[in-house]
Design a protein around this ligand. Structure first.
Ligand code: SF4
Ligand code: SF4
Length: 401
């Protein structure tokens, strides 16, 4: 296992972190015996960063991690979890959730505590409720050691959040298809320039880049590579190649995935890919983008939409649905991300579009945004939207007692 240093703390963290969002299941619940064996085997082989969050597995991931880290494993890792920021209505809620998380995780401290899934709007709300004072207090009394945030908003909001607090780290979505999406490469470099460690989520873009059989035009590119690598290895090696990256999270639920990722993590030094290899990954990225239904780069210039539509996210999930073939999963993630009453009070669904046309002249890709949103409505929302939204809500909005 290779390790990289968290700049502000000197912590040596394994470049591969264990994400506990997609654990192995049996009979509709986490398969405890199997999942615990996987987590402990990864720790025995050098992984020392374990990541979970309040809503993962309908609230069952944190208690699972508590069990998995018994028998002396807790002291061998740095534990990360996240404040469910969309559930926070008062300053007191922040303490209520953190205290409940410490109980669920059977621990007295969270080593790396993130404010979960921020964007500009959510951040402004939390600032008004006193998030900075909460983080200071929780650090002073030892409930959290290092403060960070995870991010799913626009690049302009990313930099102002980085600048708003002495964060130790942040967590961003990053992979070779999302170089300009959300924080993107610019955000990665900005955070690193300010001394933040950067944890990467979605290095395989929800599994799309790990498919053993990619689209034929992408497979043809990998066929020309020397040395030969699997699609998943190209994707992970590309992320690890960036010196600004500290830890890459991977949700592993098959023993073979754990073994495969551990083997890759042994040789993924920053800067170890040559120019020819990087050019090949760039070609694969361009080819994937050509296969997308909407040529949206996620730049966010069309935002804000006066009707509240989250245009970049709507197109991102729409593209992912086509490229991954994971229709139901992408429809669910779309709802989770943009439906009202979940992360945000107001809906950002494509169906909110009133066709005012204000976004059209702002889009550098000249996308016919209102027309494309109609397709998103048709294919991602559909007639069963309300039923699916109720299911997502039940799983996601679980309150602390
Ligand atoms: S056309 Fe639709 S998406 Fe574009 S700004 Fe108007 S309401 Fe928003
Ligand atoms: S629709 Fe156009 S302006 Fe909006 S995020 Fe996509 S590429 Fe950028």
């Amino acid at each position: 296992m290779l390790y990289r240093t968290m700049p502000k703390t000197g912590d040596k963290l394994s470049i591969l972190g264990f994400g506990c969002m997609r654990l192995p299941m049996a009979d509709g619940a986490i398969d405890d015996a199997r999942a615990i064996a996987q987590v402990r085997s990864a720790i025995d082989r050098g992984v020392n960063y374990i990541d979970t969050a309040w809503p993962y597995h309908g609230g069952e991931s944190e208690p699972f991690v508590g069990r998995a880290l018994r028998d002396g494993y807790r002291d061998r890792v740095r534990l990360a979890t996240k404040l469910p920021s969309w559930m926070i209505k008062t300053r007191a809620d922040m303490d209520r959730y953190l205290n409940a998380q410490l109980t669920r995780l059977e621990t007295g401290r969270i080593d790396y505590y993130l404010v979960h899934s921020l964007d500009g709007e959510l951040w402004d709300k939390l600032m008004a409720l006193g998030i900075l004072e909460f983080l200071d207090t929780a650090k002073q009394d030892g409930r959290i050691v290092n403060a960070g945030f995870s991010f799913h908003g626009l690049a302009t909001d990313f930099t102002r959040i980085v600048d708003a607090y002495p964060w130790v780290f942040c967590q961003i979505q990053y992979n070779y298809l999302d170089q300009s999406f959300q924080a993107g490469t610019a955000g990665l470099k900005y955070a690193a320039s300010k001394g933040l460690g950067v944890v990467i989520m979605e290095p395989l873009r929800g599994g799309l880049l790990a498919r053993p059989t990619p689209p034929p035009s992408v497979a043809a590119i990998w066929d020309q590579a020397s040395p030969r690598r699997s699609p998943v290895e190209w994707a992970l090696r590309w992320v690890w190649n960036h010196p600004e990256v500290t830890v890459v999270l991977s949700g592993m639920n098959e023993e073979a995935h754990v073994a495969q990722n551990l083997a890759m993590a042994e040789k993924a030094h920053a800067g170890s890919l040559g120019d020819g290899e990087l050019a090949l990954v760039d070609r694969a990225a361009r080819t994937y983008h050509e296969l997308m239904q909407v040529g949206c780069t996620g730049c966010g210039y069309c935002m804000p939409c006066p009707a509240g539509v989250d245009i970049p996210k709507s197109f991102s999930f729409f593209n992912s649905m086509y490229l991954s073939g994971e229709r139901e999963a992408m429809r669910m993630f779309y709802l989770l991300s943009v439906d009202g009453g979940l992360i945000h009070e107001k809906s950002g669904l494509a169906s909110e579009c009133v066709k005012c046309g204000q976004c059209l002249e702002k889009c550098p890709q000249q996308i016919q945004i209102p027309d494309m949103l109609e397709r998103v409505v048709e294919e991602m929302e559909g007639d069963d939207l309300r039923e699916r939204a109720a299911m997502v809500r039940q799983a996601f909005l679980q309150e602390a007692k």
